[in-house]
Design a protein around this ligand. Structure first.
Ligand code: 5GP
Ligand code: MN
Length: 323
């Protein structure tokens, strides 16, 4: 899975792993970096190796070197693996990509790649159905597997409200829910499970750091390393905050700039026809989806924001014409 894994990266990987294990395979799940605390309940997570942990690094390398098959879930560019990308690239194993991001690199021999899928977890669901026939047994589609895939679909669709929600998404979810798990509990575990400090941090960001540019229908937030340290914020504590920028009336693009470890990580969100992927890939060494993308910059945070503001006029027409 990709670095800083979200519920789709982890949920689809753990779900796919659980299926392969049930079919008798020897499977190891590896994440390049650590994951946020609200995902620790996912079934099988205790066995996930984290490459950036020094205690796991050797084991990860060995597993990857000796693997017959490397399944790459929820990413389609090796750079999304951070330092692990090189290890995967050099591995002899056949690579299988399962992903829904745009413009994949062609590093995998086999690709299950569909940008119309709302989540990688949806692709894993469809793949298992295809292999098992229409009615997989409850031994295969058990509650932990269904919960993992549901978590990925729920989060990548913004709890079923983004433009990527199709009838197929609801049909897949309905089928998963027939296993009988408590979907409301999954929602609570992921979204209503934050340390108080995260909510206080969110309050600070929304009250002090949110700038709205009505002429561009854009809002943005800038967070410096010092502010993050003050709120003792780990990677996860900024996750999702960019979405709040879209709640402002008339705003169709939201950006968030986070200064961290000598670089600026940028998150973009948009609605409708405006593609933040184009913006991220043209100006910020990034990419992603049309309405949710990211990038990074090695300039200072002030220079990065100034650059962002300087390119906005090029997009004004497109921003103003969003329905
Ligand atoms: P987030 O803002 O949540 O970090 O990222 C949103 C989406 O943008 C991710 O799901 C991923 O598809 C994409 N993304 C984020 N950062 C990068 C990046 O540095 N490069 C590319 N190609 N895509 C990114
Ligand atoms: Mn995904």
């Amino acid at each position: 899975m990709h670095r800083d894994p979200d519920a789709d990266a982890l949920g689809s990987s753990l779900g796919w792993a659980s299926y392969l294990i049930k079919k008798g395979h020897d499977v190891t799940v590896i994440s390049p970096t650590d994951y946020t605390a609200n995902l620790r309940w996912l079934d099988g997570i205790d066995h996930v190796l984290v490459y950036e942990r020094s205690s796991d690094q050797g084991k990860c390398k060995k597993k990857i070197e000796l693997a017959d098959l490397i399944c790459c879930l929820d990413f389609s560019a090796l750079s999304r693996l951070k330092d692990l990308g090189k290890v995967v690239q050099e591995a002899a194993a056949i690579k299988l990509m399962i992903d829904h991001h745009l413009e994949p690199e062609h590093f995998a021999k086999w690709m299950i790649w569909d940008t119309n899928a709302a989540a990688t977890a949806q692709l894993v669901y469809a793949l298992i159905k295809e292999i098992e026939g229409d009615l997989p047994t409850r031994e295969i589609f058990d509650i932990p597997l269904a919960e993992s895939l549901y978590a990925g679909i729920m989060t990548d669709t913004g709890s079923f409200r983004h433009a990527n929600v199709t009838p197929d998404v609801h049909l897949a979810v309905a089928d998963l829910m027939l296993t009988g798990f408590d979907s409301s509990r999954v929602h609570r575990l992921i979204y209503d499970n934050a340390p108080l400090s995260r909510l206080q941090f969110l309050g600070y960001v929304l009250s002090q750091k949110l700038t709205v540019l009505p002429e561009f229908r854009t809002s943005y937030m800038v967070l410096t390393e010092a502010e993050l340290q003050k709120f003792n914020s780990s990677t996860g504590e900024t996750e999702g905050i960019v979405n709040y920028g879209l709640q402002v009336e008339n705003v169709v693009m939201s950006a968030m700039f986070i200064e961290r470890k000598g670089e600026v990580k940028i998150s973009f969100r948009s609605v409708g026809s405006f593609s933040v992927r184009d913006l991220a890939s043209s100006h910020f060494n990034g990419g992603g989806h049309k309405n949710a993308s990211g990038g990074r910059s090695e300039q200072s945070v002030n220079e990065t924001v100034a650059y962002f503001l300087s390119v906005l006029p090029q997009y004004q027409q497109a921003l103003l014409s969003v329905d």
